[in-house]
Design a protein around this ligand. Structure first.
Ligand SMILES: [Zn+2]
Length: 312
């Protein structure tokens, strides 16, 4: 479900995480025992733990927000907006069950989290990073919703790999399993006209992966999708604004000195995508034997595959 006022996320896969380090918990606002302030990447995040059950320690949840914000700030060269609200709504259980990002009336993310989540539940959760990534992209017309969700789906794992939270094999296992869902069915045309869950989340994510690879190929691996999205961030655009796709692609392409996104949109967004996905995996040196991921380091794009998941 999508509206111009809310990006509600329905993706189902879960990536595992190994936490590295966490920055210190910031003191809560003395006037409200359910309000905390987290600083990250030049931004101030007001975190609310709504209806937190009595006796539930807020610290692990605030650490979780801090870490997710730091992961996103690191990738975007600063948090996507200078001020945001983070609403943690509690339910009686563990893990997370839903999330949304909002841009109208200020930047806000909301995640429903189990009050009995253990540290491991939060360490394994992708949802908060996903919602925070949404804050970096302006709101687009409905037909481009695949890019909204696809970028968040791709970057929720790439940003955490960069932070050292996910290992290389886990990333590519998730991609080789998920990305085929994004290929067009026989009855479908471009991503703009498909409304399937698979094309929205994984079609968009595949678009971002291919863009990342092609930008790196075109620039001798000196630029990447990260430069494109940072270009949007540095242009002062974020989820609080509405825009059409063309100027956004122009800004992003200018940031990499290529026409990769423009060309890829013509091939995949506005018309049916004829992508040789097996060929892409082969060139990247990624294959799966059904359970494990096997890397072929003699593949021509091995250096790009390694760069995509490199810990910075
Ligand atoms: Zn989403």
């Amino acid at each position: 479900m999508y509206s111009s006022k809310r990006t509600r996320c329905l993706r189902g896969a879960v990536f595992s995480v190994i936490f590295t380090s966490l920055t210190p918990l910031h003191a809560n606002d003395n006037t409200d025992s359910n309000k905390f302030v987290v600083k990250s990447g030049g931004a101030s995040l007001n975190v609310f733990t709504h209806e937190r059950p009595e006796g539930i320690d807020p610290a692990p949840f605030i650490y979780w927000v801090q870490h997710a914000a730091d992961v996103v700030s690191d990738y975007y060269d600063g948090f996507p907006v200078n001020e945001a609200q983070v609403d943690l709504d509690f339910f009686n259980g563990g893990g997370t069950v839903g999330g949304s990002a909002y841009g109208d009336n200020g930047a806000r993310v909301a995640v429903t989290v189990g009050s009995y989540s253990e540290t491991g539940d939060l360490k394994h959760d992708w949802r908060l990073v996903h919602e925070m990534v949404h804050l970096a992209l302006p709101q687009l017309p409905q037909k481009h919703h695949w890019l909204v969700e696809g970028l968040a789906t791709y970057l929720e794992s790439i940003t955490r790999a960069r932070a050292g939270d996910l290992d290389e094999a886990y990333i590519w296992r998730g991609f080789t399993k998920g990305m085929p869902n994004g290929l067009p069915l026989a009855s479908e045309q471009g991503l703009d006209t498909s409304r399937r869950w698979g094309s929205t989340y994984w079609g968009g994510a595949l678009f971002c992966l291919v863009a990342d690879v092609r930008i790196r190929e075109a620039t001798d691996n000196t630029k990447s999708l990260r430069d494109a999205v940072i270009g949007i961030h540095h242009a002062g655009l974020d989820h609080r604004q509405h825009t059409s796709l063309s100027p956004l692609i122009e800004i992003a392409d200018r940031a990499t000195g290529t026409t990769v996104l423009h060309d890829l949109y013509l091939a995949a967004g506005s018309s049916r995508w004829n992508l040789d996905l097996d060929g892409l995996w082969r060139d990247l040196g990624v294959s799966s034997d059904g359970t494990d991921i096997v890397f072929d380091d003699s593949a021509p794009l091995t250096h790009i595959r390694r760069s995509i998941t490199r810990v910075e």
